[in-house]
Design a protein around this ligand. Structure first.
Ligand SMILES: CC(C)(COP(=O)(O)OP(=O)(O)OC[C@H]1O[C@@H](n2cnc3c(N)ncnc32)[C@H](O)[C@@H]1OP(=O)(O)O)[C@@H](O)C(=O)NCCC(=O)NCCS
Length: 366
């Protein structure tokens, strides 16, 4: 049995139970450290970018029949950032990636893999990862895009971690980026108030010494929910025609209540699964970083898990739902607020279109 000893990051053999000492100084979290990889992956840097233009609730009041009170109470969003015309997801992703590399002091040529999670690629092909690779000058990287909507970032994080755990790669850039304003109907008050544009990037590298990094994850997809949240036009089933455009099939379509009900149930379920099978109780967690879909969904999940609000990172008020970018943006908020430090036990959770569901348990290692 291993015991984590606070700030110095040392692990010792011991039989003490979690919380026995009434503080986080000495904790036995009985982590299973799935899978039993010889090399583990850790996050070593975070970089983010949002476009400068801000769309406030007051601005939306002038565009559709809505009001600040309704939006704030039902969603928690006060403002969101919106890309200018001509700015694509690769532009936001590149800026976030540059920021991430500068913070780590790395040259782009040292990056081996680039994974971009997005549902708003610049175009169907080439992959946004290729465009980002070129802009960064990451001349030794390969990469690809990953489509899992609001669970895109945690899914990409796990794929990247597996590439590190395989021993094949030591520097993997994982980016979550979306220009949701490109697929939103700004005459539909039910969706246009929720979403925003943004990007976040993290670097994955192998753990050193006793570091733990990414511990475990629980992912689930449920395609029976495909009609609850989608963008039906423009794909192989409904290629772009004047009819599909007239029918607004190139915009996000959402059954808000169906998504809401699924999200509050599944985010908590996935999180409980990953905590339970690692012998972790909510009070062992330093930080809960959920996908920022809706403040009520986040608070309801936290309540179901028995987590205090002080543990929960919320920035939906400033950014709205930026789909694949919410979790890295929230990681940056937690860092800025000094709520994330080396050794902290962190839980990520998400639900997105698909449906896609994810929960990740990790130790913060920088
Ligand atoms: C979209 C969402 C905020 C709507 O909230 P809700 O409480 O479910 O509201 P409803 O859809 O039942 O609509 C209630 C009323 O508000 C109205 N309404 C909808 N959007 C509105 C807006 N922006 N401003 C004012 N009124 C609005 C509806 O038309 C409806 O009016 P009616 O009763 O006269 O028909 C909520 O369902 C939600 O957050 N769902 C999850 C969405 C999500 O997280 N998506 C991303 C998943 S990753």
């Amino acid at each position: 049995m291993k015991t984590f000893v606070g700030e110095n990051g040392a692990w010792l053999d011991s039989g003490f139970r979690a919380g026995e000492f009434g503080s986080r100084e000495v904790m036995d979290l009985s982590l299973t450290l799935r899978p039993h990889a010889a090399v583990r992956a850790k996050v070593t840097s975070v970089g983010t970018y949002v476009p400068p233009r801000v769309l406030t609730n007051a601005d939306l009041e002038k565009m559709v029949a809505t009001n600040d009170q309704w939006i704030t109470e039902r969603t928690g969003v006060r403002e969101r950032h919106i890309a200018e015309k001509g700015v694509g997801t690769s532009d936001l992703a590149t800026e976030a990636a540059k920021c991430c590399l500068v913070k780590r002091g790395l040259d782009a040529s040292e990056i081996e893999v680039i994974i971009v999670a997005t549902v708003t690629p610049d175009m169907f092909f080439p992959a946004t990862a290729c465009l980002v690779q070129d802009r960064l000058g990451a001349k030794h990287a390969w990469g690809f895009d990953l489509s899992a909507a609001c669970s895109g970032f945690p899914y990409a994080l796990q794929v990247g971690a597996k590439l590190v755990e395989s021993g094949m790669h030591t520097k993997v850039l994982v980016i979550g980026a979306d220009v949701m304003s490109s697929v939103i109907d700004y005459t539909d008050r039910a969706t246009c108030v929720i979403f925003g544009d943004g990007a976040g990037a993290v670097l994955l590298e192998p753990c050193l010494g006793d570091e733990v990094g990414l511990i475990d994850y629980w992912h689930e997809i449920d395609g029976s929910g495909a009609t609850a949240l989608n963008m039906p036009g423009g794909g192989s089933l409904h290629p772009a025609t004047t009819e599909t455009v007239a029918a607004k099939m190139h915009y996000v379509h959402q059954d808000g209540q169906a998504v809401y009900k699924f999200a509050v149930r599944k985010m908590a379920e996935a999180a409980e699964t990953v905590l339970t099978r690692n012998g972790v109780t909510p009070r062992d967690l330093s930080c809960f970083i959920p996908h920022q879909a809706n403040k009520r969904i986040i608070l309801s999940t936290a309540e179901r898990l028995g987590l205090g609000e002080e543990c929960v990172v919320i920035n939906i008020d400033r950014y709205g739902n930026t789909t694949a970018a919410t979790i890295p943006l929230a990681m940056q908020t937690a860092l800025d607020d000094k709520r994330l430090k080396k050794g902290d036990l962190v839980l990520l959770a998400s639900v997105g279109a698909g449906f896609t569901v994810g929960a990740t348990l990790l130790r913060w290692e920088f």
